[in-house]
Ligand binder design. Structure first.
Ligand code: PLP
Length: 409
């Protein structure tokens, strides 16, 4: 029998320290919890994952089938099809009022992968990134995965950025600020004034702006999305725009997102992507190219109508929840509920000490899965995605409100 040489460890091979510290996202954990309960209870309303719950659009389905039938099965250029990159450059030009070329665009496996490459490209170990809190949970984790340090700065109570606090948090190690509007999870849409103030500060302190506008199509009432480069053209060469087809075309599982940035950043994304995924999914690229060429106005109007309808319905139901304050839900597709007045109360024989306790209670007693605010560095809120099926939303929200109003003491 082979013997272990004495100079090698006696224990079984372990995992890296890096891997020991990484955890799945709170949304992913909440979804697993919902699915576990759902195995026994088919009536679970899953409000965890942020994706549009409409069936795949017929135009998109046909475009994908055509791409497969046409035999598209090989790698594309590392950064994606140049024709699709050019279309995105034209979209950026329309949004920002300045010229963009395809060389300033990188396609990748969702906005998520592009964002991670940005952390790898911009940060040396210990470099800091300002992230307004509450925040989409992946922002700080990716910064940490790249060896950087997230610096969280609380939003103002109206959901806008607290510019004084952001200015105070910037240090000589700060490399970037992440701006996400419409915001996940709060649903806030940043005003022109807020974005102008961010632009001025970024110039003054000489930092990058990572501008995530994945929910840009979805704003409601008087709220309007503004691209920060349109408001302050002088920051174009320090701004990196992140966007995605996941929410814009209802194809989150196709994993196609993109980054618009100066060519030297795009060249570094090419380098990383070439070693990590080679290129984005080929049939998804061809299908999206085809759909954009033919026009997606109808599809996008359907998504907007669905979300507007669900939002109205949900706001009406949640308005009846006693002791819960609801953020205005100006954009995106999340309700963000301030539930601090429920903490410390009891329900169904359990004490609700934390928002995690509350989320667990809602799954088991109201068959409704939500994401606790701890996932967004907020111990006093829960998030509900309202982009899924309408009747499921109606039933699940009514169960939540019923539980809060009649069974809590
Ligand atoms: N940015 C924000 C703010 C998001 O909420 C999400 C997904 O929920 C993403 C980026 C990632 O999107 P994608 O599906 O393109 O990776």
């Amino acid at each position: 029998m082979l013997q272990r040489s004495p100079q090698y460890p006696a224990e079984a091979p372990s995992l890296s320290r890096r891997a020991e510290s990484i955890r799945p996202s709170g949304t992913s954990l909440a979804q697993i919890a919902a699915m576990t309960v759902g195995l026994n209870r088919r009536d679970i309303a899953d409000f965890t994952i942020g994706e549009i719950g409409l069936p795949l659009d017929g135009t998109m389905a046909r475009a994908a089938m055509e791409a497969v039938r046409a035999g598209h099965a090989r790698y594309t250029d590392t950064l994606g099809l140049p024709e699709l990159r050019q279309m995105i450059a034209d979209m950026f030009a329309a949004q920002t009022g300045s010229h963009w070329s395809y060389e300033e665009v990188a396609l990748g496996g969702g906005a998520k992968s592009g964002l991670y490459f940005l952390s790898l490209i911009l940060l040396d170990p210990g470099d800091e990134v300002i992230i307004p809190r509450p925040h989409w949970q992946t922002f700080p984790r990716q910064v940490e995965m790249a060896g950087g340090r997230p610096v969280l700065v609380a939003h103002r109570s109206d959901g806008q950025l607290d510019m004084e606090a952001i200015a105070a948090a910037i240090s000589p190690r700060t490399r970037a600020v992440i701006i996400n509007t419409p915001n996940n999870p709060t649903g806030a849409v940043y005003s022109r004034d807020t974005l102008k103030a961010v632009a001025d500060l970024a110039v003054e302190r000489n930092i990058w702006i990572i501008f995530d506008q994945c929910y840009q199509l979805y704003t409601y009432g008087d709220s309007r999305h503004h691209n920060i480069v349109a408001i302050a053209p002088e920051i174009r060469d320090r701004t990196i725009i992140v966007d995605s087809f996941s929410k814009a075309l209802g194809v989150a599982g196709w994993r196609l997102g993109y980054v618009g940035a100066p060519p030297e950043i795009i060249a570094k994304i090419r380098a990383y992507q070439s070693h990590i995924t080679s290129c984005p999914n080929v049939f998804a690229q061809h299908a999206v190219l085809r759909a954009l060429t033919d026009g997606v106005d109808e599809l996008q109007a359907r998504c907007r109508t669905h979300l507007e309808h669900n939002r109205e319905l949900g706001l009406d139901i949640l308005a009846q929840a006693q002791g819960v304050r609801l953020a205005p839900a100006q954009g995106g597709f999340y309700f963000y509920l301030d539930v601090r007045s429920l903490l410390g109360r009891a329900c169904c024989g359990r004490r609700i000490g934390t928002v995690d306790d509350l989320a667990e209670l809602l799954v088991s007693e109201a068959q409704a899965a939500t994401v606790p605010g701890t996932a967004f560095s907020d111990p006093e809120a829960i998030r509900i995605c309202y982009a899924g099926g309408t009747s499921c939303l109606n039933d699940g929200l009514k169960r939540i409100v019923g539980l809060i109003n009649s069974r809590m003491s």
